[in-house]
Design a protein around this ligand. Structure first.
Ligand SMILES: NC(=O)c1ccc[n+]([C@@H]2O[C@H](COP(=O)([O-])OP(=O)(O)OC[C@H]3O[C@@H](n4cnc5c(N)ncnc54)[C@H](OP(=O)(O)O)[C@@H]3O)[C@@H](O)[C@H]2O)c1
Length: 312
């Protein structure tokens, strides 16, 4: 089968299109699927760059990618909740026991998959797993966001931010978002009540007494964000654990999130999508053969929403 692989760690130049990659082998608790589309996340660049090689050593060559949408072609031992022909979406990262999604076929753990939302196509579905699960975990589980509460979302035009704005509005919250100048109109179109241009404005001078902050971009905004929260408020950061000292000083519940792309979160996400409350946000679609160009766009192109590979 065809797959986007690496034989050594490095920049985009190490990505190779292998026309004769072996078909993935199926372990108990996994399904094999034909991949119709797969999307890229910053995490895929970290894996390619070798940033996890001490923690999770990989046997190279490996197939890149995690997020995908496709059709089940085979089910492994101990799999009861999926059958051949199911249209599924989810994650199959090599570092989490999958076979990597930037390929014509993928083996993935059923614990990281769910039935694809019925009202969207494979390209749209492939854009959602990690970013959607991240938004659900942060807003519904860590923050427990309620109607009428105020949330500030940093990085509102990125993969996670563009879904988090829509989720917060679906919950009925008041949403402020920080984005760069070119994306102010985009964030408004997603439903943000207040959009702050981080290139020219200081959010900490504009926002105050908020219930929650969700950080998906701008590592330097984490410390400054404590000042805009009410005592008892919550900050969730996708960029590492916030300062415990500042959390204590300001009386804030501070969480560094590690996202789990679980079937349960994917199921919740699918409901929001089917109800029309969350729409996938796709910046650009590439063929599998242009995986290098797709990664380059992800890393340098400041995409609005997601970069997706259409594979079938
Ligand atoms: N911990 C975990 O489990 C986990 C899981 C998933 C993702 N992540 C991390 O979470 C982050 C977000 O992921 P993503 O897929 O949404 O990435 P993304 O699509 O690259 O979005 C990041 C956004 O942050 C914006 N940004 C940059 N500097 C900013 C600033 N100073 N203030 C406000 N926004 C700023 C970027 O805008 P411009 O493009 O205009 O610069 C971009 O839209 C990434 O760092 C990713 O590695 C962590």
């Amino acid at each position: 089968m065809k797959a986007a692989q690496i034989s050594k760690y490095g920049g985009v130049e190490v990505i190779e299109i292998n026309e004769n990659a072996p078909d993935p082998s199926l372990k108990p608790g996994q399904i094999l699927a034909e991949v119709y589309a797969a999307s890229l996340n910053p995490f895929d660049s970290f894996v390619r760059g070798g940033y996890l090689k001490e923690k999770v050593p990989l046997e190279l060559p490996v197939t890149l990618g995690g997020d995908f949408a496709g059709i089940v072609t085979k089910v492994g031992q101990d799999v009861a909740n999926f059958k051949v022909g199911d249209e599924v979406y989810g994650a199959a990262l090599v570092v989490a026991g999958g076979s990597g999604s930037l390929a014509e076929f993928v083996a993935g753990n059923t614990a990281n998959l769910a039935q694809k939302p019925k009202n969207i196509d494979f390209v749209e579905a492939a854009s959602l797993p990690l970013v959607g699960a991240s938004a659900i975990q942060a807003l519904e589980e860590h923050i427990n966001l309620k109607q009428g509460q105020k949330i500030l979302i940093h990085g509102g035009s990125g993969g996670i931010g563009s879904i988090a704005i829509q989720l917060a509005k679906a919950i009925g919250a008041y949403v402020a978002a920080t984005v760069s100048t070119k994306d102010v109109g985009f964030a408004k179109s997603l439903g943000a009540d207040e959009v702050i241009d981080f290139k020219v404005e200081d959010f900490e001078k504009i926002v105050k007494d908020f219930d929650a902050v969700f950080v998906t971009g701008g590592a330097d905004v984490v410390d400054k964000s404590f000042k805009v929260l009410k005592r008892g408020g919550t900050i969730v950061s996708m960029l590492g654990a916030p300062s415990a000292d500042l959390a204590k000083k300001y009386g804030i519940n501070a969480i560094g999130q590690v996202t789990g792309t679980s079937s349960e979160r994917l199921g919740t996400l699918a409901k929001y999508v089917e109800e029309g409350k969350i729409k996938p946000q796709i910046d650009k679609v590439f063929p599998l053969e242009e995986a290098k160009e797709a990664f380059k766009h992800l890393e340098e192109g400041h995409p609005r929403g997601k970069v997706v590979l259409k594979i079938k």
